[in-house]
Design a protein around this ligand. Sequence first.
Ligand code: UTP
Length: 296
Amino acid sequence: MATKITKAVIPAAGLGTRFLPATKAMPKEMLPVVDKPAIQYVVEEAVAAGLTDVLMITGRNKNALENHFDRMTELESTLQRKGDTDRLHKVEFSNDLADMHYVRQGDPRGLGHAILRAKMHVGREPFAVLLGDDLIDERDVLLSRMLEEQSGRNATVIALMEVDPALSHMYGIATVEPTDDDDVVRITGLVEKPAQGTALSNLAIIGRYVLRPEIFDILERTDPGKGGEIQLTDALQEMAENDIAGGVYGVVFRGRRYDTGDRLDYIKAIVQLAVEREDLGPDLRPWLKQFSAQLD
Ligand code: UTP
């Protein structure tokens, strides 16, 4: 019987260079998406999929991340005194979302290196990885589908999404073969950021993984790859190619995803989410229409 997965690892130690200077003294995972930091959406997604133990991999400027998921006694008592229960609930909500743990990465030597920092905490169980700057719309199912596949196949499961072929050089790209399930493929090969025009498919890896503990053994001997970083994609490629620990499967996601580490995607995420909000949508929609009419 497959073990029930309870642990989520959230890497949030990258330098966030695409967002400088905003990320000079603050992790990009703390950038607000409407009125919540990106990282809170990610933790909420993990909890909604039944994961109760969250290990965050942090880097410099980790204080803001830790503080966000901790009590803020002064702020809470001020809101209490003012009788502002609505805001008080919003502040308190992130305090007890999950059992939170933190470990430092030290030098950000790549996503694979960040995941390796979770080895002690995770032990020899399968676990989920959610990238702290990658948002999946809560109305679209992904992580619970991946957990279900992992438990059925007892293999490694990663999330894939079709991308514009002109952009495949920005992603890890998978070559695949079909399975009996429409939304599941078996992965035969993976390449991190292939040179423009050389990608063998348009199926890109997005920031959700359900990994088996054997990944740690492979990462420990994985040499730095693209960009001089220890790449998770390279370790997964070894697993897929040699069919290690049941091989690697992909769940093809067709829902809404926002890469908040990219400035344009970040702006789109805020607009898309705000337009649908009951408190902001009714004022924002007519303004947006008027604004876009002035654009051409
Ligand atoms: P990215 O490549 O998007 O993050 O990593 P980055 O390096 O911070 O981005 P730019 O290109 O400089 O703007 C994806 C995820 O992996 C984490 C990041 O925090 C992000 O959530 N990561 C990346 C680490 O935790 N450690 C690393 O060494 C690299």
